[in-house]
Design a binder for this molecule. Structure first.
Ligand code: RIB
Ligand code: CA
Length: 313
């Protein structure tokens, strides 16, 4: 049996975060989810935590601890994306109250403790603002040696929150700067590639045909998420941004990458939160990011198919 890869999912569920958790926890996944930490992002961290616990119940993930993290960015005031994910942060599906609470350890402390006392390296998989990871690195630099890779959804060569900045990075660009300059290997799934992970009508019909409670839940999530993406951005389908991270960890061949240098803008009036992706190498700076540039549609949706069907077994 292939050795499972230890991961901590750091998220702000969020419809696409929820789908990323579902993919990562499926029977086709090679991931050992050490824990789920939550961060202020799409909505307030308390709501993101409640959503994470509800998703865990929905998919029978009862033995993975959920630890609530940062309530706001390192320096800025908090901003949320309620118009995309709704008042609860997971509007659309009706879910029962969670069967358990988050553990009483702060998400940052949880991350530090797991990283300091692990026999094998752990991969961090942030799909929200990078506040928790930056706080952990600042508080305990000793954790860096035990981080295998940081596989993140964020940034891009264009923005969705400002013309230049993507939401996760924009919420806490100072935290992103700490992470991108940490020297830890960063694999970045920015909007350039996540906007290709579109859950089209055909994809949603494919998921509907599976017909188990988890696939039906994903369809409900996508119904809501696609509607808000149409209303806000005029998209014909919702991009499952965050699930690109767990899809990559399960099957890296789905994606193509470029080794590039990325700087994070933390000063500009119009450019705050920009990931300055040096695609042409003009800065002559050492690459610090594995930048996802392309994805194979057939392989991606086949993985989703297999993963959702595995919840019937
Ligand atoms: O810009 C997309 C990102 O912002 C996704 O992670 C989504 O969940 C929101 O957090
Ligand atoms: Ca997210």
């Amino acid at each position: 049996m292939e050795q499972k890869r230890k991961v901590i999912l750091d998220c702000d569920p969020g419809h696409d975060d929820a789908i990323s958790i579902i993919l990562g926890a499926s029977k086709v996944s090679n991931l050992d989810i050490v824990g789920i930490t939550t961060v202020a992002g799409n909505v307030e961290v308390e709501k993101n935590t409640l959503n994470a616990l509800k998703v865990c119940d929905m998919i029978g993930l009862h033995d993975v601890p959920v630890a609530q993290g940062a309530t706001k960015p390192l320096l800025k005031t908090r901003e949320i994306a309620g118009e995309i994910h709704g008042e609860t942060g997971l509007d659309g599906p009706e879910l029962p109250e969670p069967s358990r609470a988050a553990i009483d350890q702060h998400g940052v402390d949880f991350m530090i403790e797991k990283l300091l006392h692990t026999k094998e390296k752990i991969t961090l998989v942030p799909t929200g603002p990078l506040t928790n990871i930056a706080m952990a690195m600042i508080r305990e630099p000793g954790i860096m040696a035990n981080i295998e890779e940081i596989v993140l959804m964020g940034g891009g060569t264009f923005g969705n929150w400002t013309p230049a900045a993507e939401f996760n990075i924009w919420v806490d660009a100072e935290a992103a700067k700490v992470v991108f300059e940490s020297g830890v290997p960063v694999t970045m799934f920015g909007l350039d590639v996540t906007h290709k992970a579109l859950a089209t009508k055909e994809v949603v019909e494919r998921f509907s045909a599976i017909g188990n409670p988890v696939s039906n839940f994903v369809v409900e999530l996508l119904d809501f998420f696609s509607k808000t993406y149409k209303d806000v951005f005029g998209f014909e389908a919702g991009p499952i941004h965050d699930a690109c991270t767990t899809a990559y960890l399960i099957d890296p061949d789905i994606f193509d990458f470029k080794q590039v240098h990325v700087d994070i803008e933390t000063k500009g009036e119009y450019t705050y939160g920009t990931t300055c992706v040096d695609l042409l190498g003009v800065t002559r700076k050492e690459p610090n990011v594995k930048f996802a540039s392309e994805l194979d549609q057939d392989k991606l949706w086949l993985l989703f198919d297999r993963a959702l069907k595995s919840y019937s077994e």
